[in-house]
Write a new protein. Structure first.
Length: 430
C-alpha cells in the first residue's frame, strides 16, 4: 500500500528511511508546539486551545502535503506570520484576535484562488534560475541564524547587533558536539545521522543533569475557545486591506520560497520535467484556511523540512509521519518538550551548510544575475525573513536588467512581483 501511495522505489527510498526522515523533521520543527501558543496567547487567545489548534493544523497540513503532493515537507503555523498576527494586527493596530483570524481566512481563500487558477504557478515560472538557486541558499543562511541563536552561539548585542555567546556554557558545547556527530556520521554515510545526533545530545544532556525528562502522557486540552471563532465580517472592513495584503504577499512568497528551496534540495523539481509543485501549492493554500478555522495564524511549509530531506526523505510518507507525530504530540507533549533547542540546532546548522551549495548554479560573471542572487541570499538572514529576501532579489533583478539594457529578458511575472513588493514597502511597511 505504501509503495502504491508514495512510489518509494521510484524515488530511491524505503519505508524505514522515510520514517527516520519524518522523525527528524518533526524534532526540528516541534518547537512550534510551544512557541506558537506563547505568541498568540498574548492577544487574549486561550493558550491551551492554541496548543491544540497548532498541533491539529500542523497535522492536517502535513497530511494533505504528503497524500496530495507526495512531497516530504512538514507544515505548521509559520513563525513571523504569527508575530505579525499578534504584535502588529492585534496589539499595535488594535483589532481583535477574532478579526485577525478572519483576515487569515480571507488571505487563505485568495491564496487558494491564485493557486487553483494557475496564477501562482505563473508567478513561480517567472522566477529566474539565479534567484531560484539563491532562494535555496538564502533559506540555508536563514536556517543557520536560527540554529546559531537557538544554540546560544550567536546572541544579541546592542552595539554590534550580534556577537558570540559564552562558549563555556552547556548549550553551545552540546550544540557543537551534536554538529560534529551529525557531520561525521553523514560523511560516513550513516542513515539517520541527523536524528542520531539530536537523540545523542538529548540523552547526554539528561544524563548530566542539564535537561530533564518531563513525563510521557497528558490529556489534550479543549479546542472550543478558538474553534470557528474567526470574525470574517469584521475583517472585511477597509482597514484590513493592508493586513490581508501583507498576509497574502508573505504567504505566497515565503511559502513558495520554502517549497522551492526544500524541494530543490530533494531533487523534486528537475528542470524541464513534470513535478508536483502545483499540488504542493494547493496543499499549503488549503492548510491556511483550515488553520484559521481551528484557531491559529497562517500555516505554511517549514524550512526545517530540509533536515528531513537530508536524512533521506523523498516522498510524502515523510510528511505523513510528521502529521502522525503532531497528532501524537497532543497526548505526549511532555515528551516532545524534552528535546532541548541546543539538540536540534546542530541539525539545522548542518543542513544550512549543505544548502549553500546551490550558489554554484548562479552565473557570477553576469552582474545583473549575480547581484540580485546575492541580495536574495543575504537579506533573508539579516532581516529574519524569507519574504524580504525575495523582495530585494526581485526588485534588484528588474532594476539592474533595465539599467543594463536587458529589460526584455525579464519575465512579466517578475515585473509584477517586483511591483507588488515596491507597493508593499512604499505603503504597507508595517
Amino acid at each position: 500500500m505504501l509503495e502504491r501511495l508514495f512510489r518509494l522505489t521510484e524515488h530511491g527510498t524505503t519505508t524505514r528511511g522515510e520514517v527516520v526522515a519524518g522523525l527528524t523533521t518533526f524534532l526540528t520543527m516541534s518547537y512550534i508546539i510551544f512557541v506558537n501558543p506563547d505568541i498568540l496567547s498574548t492577544t487574549g487567545m486561550d493558550r491551551d486551545a492554541v496548543f491544540v489548534a497548532t498541533c491539529l493544523a500542523a497535522a492536517l497540513g502535513s497530511l494533505v502535503m504528503g497524500l496530495l503532493a507526495n512531497w516530504p515537507i512538514g507544515m505548521a503555523p509559520g513563525m513571523g506570520l504569527n508575530a505579525f498576527f499578534a504584535f502588529t494586527v492585534v496589539k499595535a493596530m488594535g483589532y481583535s484576535w477574532q478579526q485577525a483570524l478572519g483576515a487569515v481566512f480571507i488571505s487563505g481563500l485568495i491564496f487558494l484562488l491564485l493557486t487553483v487558477t494557475g496564477v501562482r504557478g505563473w508567478l513561480i515560472k517567472g522566477i529566474p534560475q539565479s534567484l531560484r538557486s539563491a532562494i535555496a541558499a538564502g533559506i540555508g543562511l536563514f536556517l543557520a541564524i536560527i540554529a546559531l541563536s537557538n544554540a546560544g552561539i550567536v546572541v544579541a548585542n546592542p552595539a554590534t547587533k550580534v556577537s558570540l555567546g559564552d562558549l563555556r556554557t552547556h548549550g553551545p558545547l552540546f550544540a557543537v558536539l551534536g554538529f560534529f556527530i551529525i557531520a561525521a556520521l553523514d560523511a560516513l554515510r550513516v542513515r539517520g545521522a541527523i536524528l542520531i545526533g539530536i537523540l545523542v545530545v538529548t540523552v547526554l544532556s539528561m544524563a548530566l543533569g542539564y535537561n530533564s525528562f518531563h513525563g510521557l502522557f497528558s490529556s489534550p486540552p479543549s479546542l472550543t475557545p478558538t474553534l470557528m471563532q474567526l470574525d470574517v465580517a469584521g475583517a472585511l472592513n477597509s482597514g484590513f486591506f493592508h493586513v490581508i495584503l501583507v498576509f497574502v504577499l508573505v504567504e505566497v512568497f515565503d511559502a513558495t520560497g520554502t517549497l522551492i528551496g526544500v524541494a530543490k534540495r530533494a531533487g523534486l523539481i528537475p528542470e524541464g520535467k513534470p513535478n508536483n509543485l502545483g499540488r504542493a501549492l494547493f496543499a499549503d493554500s488549503a492548510a491556511i484556511v483550515a488553520g484559521s478555522a481551528l484557531g491559529t495564524s497562517s500555516t505554511t511549509a517549514y524550512v526545517e523540512s530540509a533536515s528531513g530531506v537530508q536524512a533521506g526523505g523523498r516522498t510524502g510518507l515523510t510528511a505523513v509521519v510528521v502529521a502522525l507525530l503532531f497528532l501524537a504530540a497532543l497526548f505526549i507533549s511532555p515528551l516532545a518538550g524534552s528535546v532541548p533547542a541546543y539538540a536540534t540546532a546542530p541539525a539545522l546548522l548542518y543542513v544550512a551548510g549543505l544548502m549553500m551549495r546551490e550558489l554554484i548554479e548562479v552565473d557570477w560573471n553576469e552582474v545583473s544575475e549575480a547581484t540580485p542572487a546575492a541580495l536574495t541570499a543575504l537579506v533573508m538572514p539579516f532581516t529574519y525573513s524569507v519574504a524580504n529576501g525575495l523582495a530585494f532579489g526581485f526588485i534588484s533583478y528588474v532594476v539592474l536588467k533595465t539599467l543594463t539594457g536587458k529589460a526584455r529578458e525579464v519575465h512579466a511575472a517578475t515585473w509584477l512581483v517586483a511591483a507588488l513588493f515596491v507597493i508593499r514597502f512604499a505603503f504597507f511597511a508595517g
